[in-house]
Design a protein around this ligand. Structure first.
Ligand SMILES: Cc1ncc(COP(=O)(O)O)c(C=O)c1O
Length: 377
């Protein structure tokens, strides 16, 4: 088995999640919209899962959880849904330059459709300045979308402060919390957000299932998919009951373990950085190590292109991520690192290690040993 250090890309499903999904497929295969026992059983599974997700994110009303196929759909649901509910109005949207493509690309598409979009810069840690949001708001700003935690560098944004600013000005506030849910404790009541996106496969649930939490179901969003009236009319189509059950079980496990897992991941992450810092001169860390996600270490290793290093690590049995996009042999540095003001050469040399529940000190030490050796090539 390789040493897997790319948990921000995806995580292995917890064995209890695998059992739950299989059991639901066998025992709860009914259509939750039907009125008889088989369907009612499936509906019970969905609703129990909503309750577990609500507990994880501090939501009082589980009916605000709308199941989706994952984070990409969730973000699209909110961004296009906010637009489609007011198709004839002029509309302004605010987001940041460091968002995931699952926010940036829908925003670009909305711009092509005539929407006015402001892409706010981020500081050297990757953080959005709430003051910049205040200054960018106009009477036409309908939606602000700022990620909770950055997928590449782990930096956490001041979400409660931003949502307060949005509330005062009457704009709706969405946060893409795909990388935060299950890794750090969060509470939608304290955060004051209107919409929150999450995705099961980032916290040991199945791929292809996620949810959007909506403060006031029925207000402010039009559906993306049209058909049946599932999920309060916001997401047509027969629900993925087994996936939703897996998501619920993953949420329950995360809820129970988060207080112990987060500090443990931080210990491993800090140890990895400490070893790299000592062994590789010129290595530089990117992002907010102090207040960011506890599991992410984004580092530039001088003299390497990240892709080369990913392959070199793979040959040594270690899997890590890189932020650059590689299209037809050309490497484009990560838009997040560039937005943080990191020079392109350094950005191209950046690797992302993201620690997970199963990682051990031995794996971290082996990774540091290998990196140290590779840096002397
Ligand atoms: C911040 C963020 N948002 C959205 C997504 C997309 O989630 P999914 O893979 O569930 O569509 C990801 C996935 O990497 C992510 O990191």
């Amino acid at each position: 088995m390789p040493i897997y250090l790319d948990h921000n890309a995806t995580t292995p499903a917890d064995p209890a999640v695998i059992t739950a999904v299989a059991t639901a497929m066998v025992e709860s295969w009914g259509n939750p919209s039907t009125l008889y026992g088989t369907g009612k059983n499936a509906r019970r599974i969905l609703d129990a899962s909503r309750e577990k997700i609500a507990a994880l994110i501090g939501a009082d009303d589980p009916s605000g959880i709308i199941f989706t196929s994952g984070g990409t759909e969730g973000n699209n649901m909110v961004l296009f849904g906010a637009r489609c509910s007011h198709p004839s109005h002029r509309m302004h949207l605010i987001t940041s330059m460091a968002e995931h493509k699952a926010v940036l690309r829908p925003c670009r598409r909305l711009e092509e459709q005539g929407l006015d979009v402001t892409y706010l810069p981020v500081d050297h840690l990757g953080r959005v300045d709430p003051g910049a949001i205040r200054r960018a708001l106009t009477p036409e700003t309908r939606l602000v979308s700022i990620m909770f935690a950055n997928n590449e560098v782990g930096t956490i944004n001041p979400i409660a402060e931003i949502s307060e600013i949005c509330r005062t000005s009457g704009a709706l506030f969405h946060t893409d919390a795909v990388q935060a849910v299950g890794k750090v404790p969060l509470d939608v009541k304290a955060l004051g957000v209107d919409f929150l996106t999450l995705s099961a496969h980032k916290f040991h649930g199945p791929r292809g299932i996620g949810a959007v939490w909506i403060r006031q179901p029925g207000s402010g969003l039009a559906p993306l998919l049209h058909g049946g009236s599932q999920e309060r009319g916001l997401r047509a189509g027969t629900e993925n009951v087994a996936g939703a059950h897996g998501l619920g079980v993953a949420a329950e496990i995360a809820f129970q373990r988060i207080a112990a897992d987060a500090p443990q991941m931080r210990i491993l992450r800090d140890r990895l950085w400490e070893r790299i810092r000592i062994e590789i001169s010129g290595a530089r860390v990117h992002g907010d190590m102090e207040n960011g996600l506890p599991n992410v270490l984004n580092v530039s290793i001088p003299g390497w292109e990240a892709e080369e290093l990913v392959f070199a690590l793979e040959r040594e049995g270690i899997e890590a991520g890189h932020g650059s996009a590689c299209t037809t042999g050309q490497t484009t540095p990560s838009h997040v690192l560039l937005a943080m003001g990191i020079p392109p050469k350094e950005a191209r040399a950046s690797l992302r290690f993201s620690i997970g529940r199963g990682n051990t000190i031995e794996e971290i030490d082996k990774t540091a040993d290998v990196l140290g050796r590779l840096s002397f090539r």
